[in-house]
Design a protein around this ligand. Structure first.
Ligand code: C2E
Ligand code: CA
Ligand code: CA
Ligand code: CA
Length: 278
């Protein structure tokens, strides 16, 4: 089962898809990586389209492997989710993100920073208390942290996931539905969630200018999001034409290579300064 699921991921095909002892060795390797600080959080700016200002960023995990180089999350997050190791990664990640966001705030840079959660995170009763503790100890206003969840993350145990989401929402953090349109979200369900933001899946943005159907889907998703009182984010915007289209269509926020690629946290303030002087 694991073999079938993980074929196609480069790292997994090297070691993760092997016999059980090799999978254990990958978990061990990830645990060592966490201890040796080989995981690194990159940040991708999010542009507020009306003001033309960067008001947020998404935290995206990377593994700076000593021999394999920079490994993208698609090559180890699915494995971390499947083995449960994600429960060790997410608390580390949230700690990093809250600390970084608070440090930017101390420098006068107030960004709303998003972090991605997995299904297992939402099913863990410790998540909401952890988030509260991190916010309290850092002094970061809860509204500067946003947690992105996918529809599929809610499907495993909707009642438990919803209980976690409600706790998180009560603590004042923002919640975002990621990859919207890629899964099987029911509108009734969306209405019942305590979320603030809807991120249109990048598959609909890539051919926005060429595909009338994608353009209509994006237009109606923006309308739907606004009707539900949500901020609408488009990700995967790679060109000025796409950014212009999204702005004219009333999309609130855009994220994509057309604005900036994900970058190490230490590079963000320099990048922001370059933007201001350009
Ligand atoms: P995602 O949450 O949908 O993140 C957006 C992905 O799209 C990122 O890939 C980002 O680099 C990429 N992207 C952004 N703009 C563009 C663009 O204009 N063109 C193209 N082609 N791609 C763009 P990345 O960093 O490789 O992450 C892939 C996925 O891995 C994420 O998808 C998310 O599902 C997962 N992931 C990343 N970091 C974490 C994490 O800390 N925790 C968890 N649970 N999952 C994570
Ligand atoms: Ca995301
Ligand atoms: Ca996404
Ligand atoms: Ca395109």
């Amino acid at each position: 089962e694991a073999k079938r699921q993980f074929r196609g991921y480069a790292l997994a095909s090297e070691i993760g898809a092997g016999p059980p002892h090799e999978q254990l060795s990958l978990i061990g390797e990830m645990r060592d990586a966490l201890l040796r600080q080989e995981f690194e959080v990159f940040y991708q700016p999010k542009l507020d389209l009306a003001s033309g200002r960067v008001t947020g960023a998404e935290a995206l995990l990377r593994w700076r492997h000593p021999s394999r180089g920079l490994i993208p999350p698609a090559q180890f997050i699915p494995f971390a989710e499947q083995t449960g190791f994600i429960r060790e990664i997410t608390p580390w990640l949230l700690d990093q993100v809250v600390a970084r966001t608070a440090a930017w705030r101390a420098q006068g840079l107030n960004l709303v920073v998003s972090a991605n959660l997995s299904t297992l995170d939402l099913l863990h009763s410790g998540l909401a208390p952890l988030v509260k503790r991190l916010l309290a100890s850092s002094g970061l206003p809860p509204g500067q942290l946003c947690l992105e969840i996918t529809e599929s993350a809610l499907m495993d145990d909707p009642d438990l996931a919803l209980a976690t989401l409600n706790q998180l929402a009560e603590s004042g953090v923002r919640l975002s539905i990621d990859d919207y349109g890629a899964g099987h979200a029911s509108l009734a369900y969306l209405k019942s969630l305590p979320v603030h933001e809807l991120k249109i899946d990048q598959a609909f943005i890539f051919s926005l200018m060429e595909s009338g159907k994608d353009a209509e889907i994006v237009r109606s998703t923006i309308a739907l999001g606004h009707a539900l009182g949500l901020k609408v984010v488009a990700e995967g915007a790679e060109t000025d034409a796409e950014l212009g289209w999204l702005k004219r269509a009333g999309c609130d926020v855009a994220q994509g290579y057309g604005i900036a690629r994900p970058m190490p946290g230490a590079e963000v303030t320099g990048w922001m300064a370059d933007q201001d002087s350009a």
